[in-house]
Write a protein that binds this ligand. Structure first.
Ligand SMILES: NC(=O)c1ccc[n+]([C@@H]2O[C@H](COP(=O)([O-])OP(=O)(O)OC[C@H]3O[C@@H](n4cnc5c(N)ncnc54)[C@H](OP(=O)(O)O)[C@@H]3O)[C@@H](O)[C@H]2O)c1
Length: 305
């Protein structure tokens, strides 16, 4: 098969590309950096340098592909309009290229409004734009929160021996690893189900208390505490770190939504996904290695090696 992937040598593609190449497929990988060209070739894939917001470039890369993988990357100071524009670019490019099969990396929360899930609702604009392609097979892959988001706790653990969150320690939360997302994405690229479908991806579930207890052992830090802060304190901290107020608000609402798992995970539960392989205990070991500086954590993809 001819397969075109957005996402360069990112956290998910570091597993997807070798699996597809090994299975004998012709894989084109889009990067917006000349620096990745040799690394992509080394993996046995074909590099295509250009940006995901460049519609004529995407149309060219998608033409002749049996299936394409779409995703969003990077932070924008205006994520709402960035998602709306990107949705239109994906729609126009896949339509003009005559693509018949699409796997789109979306997110949990893509089905709900801004007031309920904040930033996550922006994925809805991509799903909506692509949903206009009536005679195209599309699976919207909706991962839950990445384990790697928890790396943002490292600075506070180092400074104050505290895990700080707006989500109380006894609330169950769902987590996913890029490895488990990659397994789902690879299978869907090779066999995209007919029609428009949603596939949730989740690796494990755990409370903040379970994460705390795992870290106390892994970091040999029995005094590590879990501290719950208010939404206002959380938003103020994001703004202090340099995040625009509107973006910080979206993140605060997104985090707040996890305090009511019966609502935030309702559609996920209705789809009954099986748990993936990477468990909280596996992630805690990775967290320990990142904490101790033995590995680079979220930034550590094959692109960095
Ligand atoms: N964090 C979460 O909890 C969560 C939850 C649900 C969904 N998600 C989604 O999952 C995504 C992360 O997936 P990932 O970790 O595999 O990706 P990633 O590592 O964040 O990014 C993949 C690569 O895309 C390339 N890229 C960035 N901007 C580009 C552009 N304008 N045009 C073309 N390529 C561009 C970059 O590589 P080059 O420098 O080589 O171009 C980047 O390394 C997030 O962006 C989000 O959409 C995240």
């Amino acid at each position: 098969m001819k397969i075109t992937l957005l996402g360069s040598l990112g956290h998910i593609n570091q597993y997807v590309i070798p699996a597809l190449v090994k299975a004998g497929h012709e894989v084109t990988v889009i990067t917006h950096s000349d620096k990745r060209v040799d690394q992509i070739k080394k993996l046995g894939a074909i590099p295509a340098v250009g940006s995901m917001d460049d519609e004529p470039f995407l149309t060219k890369q998608f033409t002749g592909a049996d299936v394409v993988y779409l995703m969003l990357s990077g932070m924008s100071s205006d994520p709402l309009n960035a998602a709306k524009t990107q949705g239109q670019v994906f729609y126009q490019a896949t339509k003009a290229a005559g693509v018949k099969n699409i796997v789109d990396l979306s997110s949990i929360g893509a089905d709900r409004p801004y007031e309920m899930v904040g930033t996550l609702s922006f994925y809805h604009y991509i799903e909506d734009a692509l949903s206009q392609l009536k005679d195209v097979n599309i699976t919207f892959v909706r991962p839950v929160g990445f384990y790697s988001n928890l790396f943002s706790s490292i600075a506070m653990i180092k400074q104050q021996k505290q895990l700080v969150s707006t989500i109380p320690a006894d609330i169950k939360r769902e987590f996913v690893s890029p490895q488990d997302i990659a397994e789902t994405v690879t299978a869907l690229l090779l066999n995209t189900p007919k029609g428009h479908n949603v596939r949730y991806v989740v690796s494990d579930e755990a409370t903040g208390q379970e994460f705390l207890e795992g870290l106390q052992k892994e970091l040999n830090m029995p005094e590590l505490k879990y501290v719950t802060i208010t939404d206002e304190q959380f938003e103020a901290a994001l703004i202090k770190q340099g995040m625009p107020k509107s973006v910080a608000e979206g993140f605060t609402i997104m985090t707040k939504s996890q305090r009511t798992p019966e609502e935030s995970y309702a559609d996920l539960r209705a789809h009954q996904p099986k748990f993936g392989k990477v468990k909280l205990a596996d992630f805690i070991k990775i967290f320990g290695a990142v904490y101790r500086g033995e590995t680079e954590g979220h930034a550590n993809t094959i692109a960095d090696k």
